[in-house]
Design a binder for this molecule. Structure first.
Ligand code: ZEM
Length: 291
């Protein structure tokens, strides 16, 4: 590349400040587009980052957030990814404003911004993902199936390398957002504050009584008291299974413990399978819009 006066132009190497600008842009769009769902694109942005990452297989090193292969039909059309076009479309103007960022780094930065802007813990971030072509799409079936039990949860998250404690911590993301009948077939939110990250998901699992919802949709649970909240069959495993329950009780009592473990597990999740140049002790912590 030649710059002014024909001198070779140094290639643009984005730094922390540049990624903070992207973060700020996402935060601004989140605030402006408060007409979506329960008032925020935050939950669906987090779900995009999670589904981009959660395809990782530690045995083969395939899948994970490197590649952004959900852009392509085979993976974008997987049943588990229904509805995530809303999140990808939301981020498209950000990609246009900052063309130097890869889709794979952008989708994960979207997840980080979503968590922090919904008052969750800081999620330290590393850039360095590259976009790959459709030959890197993962096979269908790598993401969890909500109708299954604890052995399925352990098989899916074990394949990514997580232990019981991290599995329960990650499940706390269901404090956020809702199920949509036209996406997963399930219906309703898990908590009364689906756009703020809290430990309410764990509190509700422990404190409320849950019963099968009577409807002609897939098997799901509703709270006996108000019949407005929902739990998936996999969510109920987090209180039923003895080893999982220990951590559910801990997080229901201790929001700081939840935030700490959630942040650590999400950082790991978002980095699965990514060949970073930057070492782990050089992660960036973005300022939130309210810091
Ligand atoms: Zn979810 N999730 N998830 N999840 N998830 C949904 C929605 C959201 C499971 C699952 O089947 C579903 C994790 C783990 C697991 C979020 C984040 C994370 C929905 C509803 C289903 C069915 C989709 C719809 O209809 O729109 C299962 C079985 C899981 C593990 C056993 C982990 C881990 C997450 C992040 C760390 C979020 C934020 C949502 C809400 C999306 C929205 O649009 O509101």
């Amino acid at each position: 590349l030649l710059g002014l006066e024909g001198k070779p132009k140094a290639p643009f190497v984005p730094r922390f400040e540049n990624y903070q600008e992207v973060y700020n842009h996402i935060a601004k769009l989140l605030e402006e587009h408060d007409d979506y769902d329960d008032g925020s694109y935050g939950p669906v942005l987090l779900r995009l980052a999670w589904h981009a990452s959660g395809t990782y297989d530690k045995e083969t090193g395939t899948g994970g957030s490197n590649g952004a292969t959900m852009r392509f039909a085979p993976e974008g059309d997987h049943g588990a990814n229904a509805g995530l076009k809303a999140a990808r479309d939301f981020l498209e103007p950000v990609k246009e404003a900052f063309p130097w960022i890869t889709y794979s780094d952008l989708w994960i930065l979207g997840g980080v911004a979503a968590i922090q802007e919904m008052q969750g813990p800081k999620i330290p971030y590393r850039a360095g993902r590259s976009d790959r072509d459709l030959s890197f799409c993962t096979p269908d079936g790598r993401l969890p199936d909500a109708s299954k039990d604890h052995s399925h949860i352990r098989a899916i998250f074990g394949r990514m390398g997580f232990d019981d404690r991290a599995m329960v911590a990650l499940s706390g993301a269901h404090a956020l957002g809702r199920c949509h009948t036209d996406r997963s077939g399930y219906s309703g939110p898990w908590t009364f504050s689906p756009t703020t990250l809290t430990n309410d998901y764990f509190k509700l699992l422990i404190e409320e009584k849950w019963q099968y919802k009577k409807w002609n949709g897939p098997k799901q649970f509703e709270d006996v008291k108000t019949k407005t909240l929902m739990m998936l069959p996999t969510d109920m495993e987090i209180v039923k299974d003895k080893s999982f329950r220990k951590y559910t009780e801990l997080y229901a009592k201790d929001n700081d413990a939840f935030f700490k473990d959630f942040s650590n597990a999400v950082v790991t999740l978002f980095e699965l399978g990514v060949p970073f140049e930057h070492p782990e002790d050089q992660r960036w912590v973005f300022k939130s819009s309210f810091d």
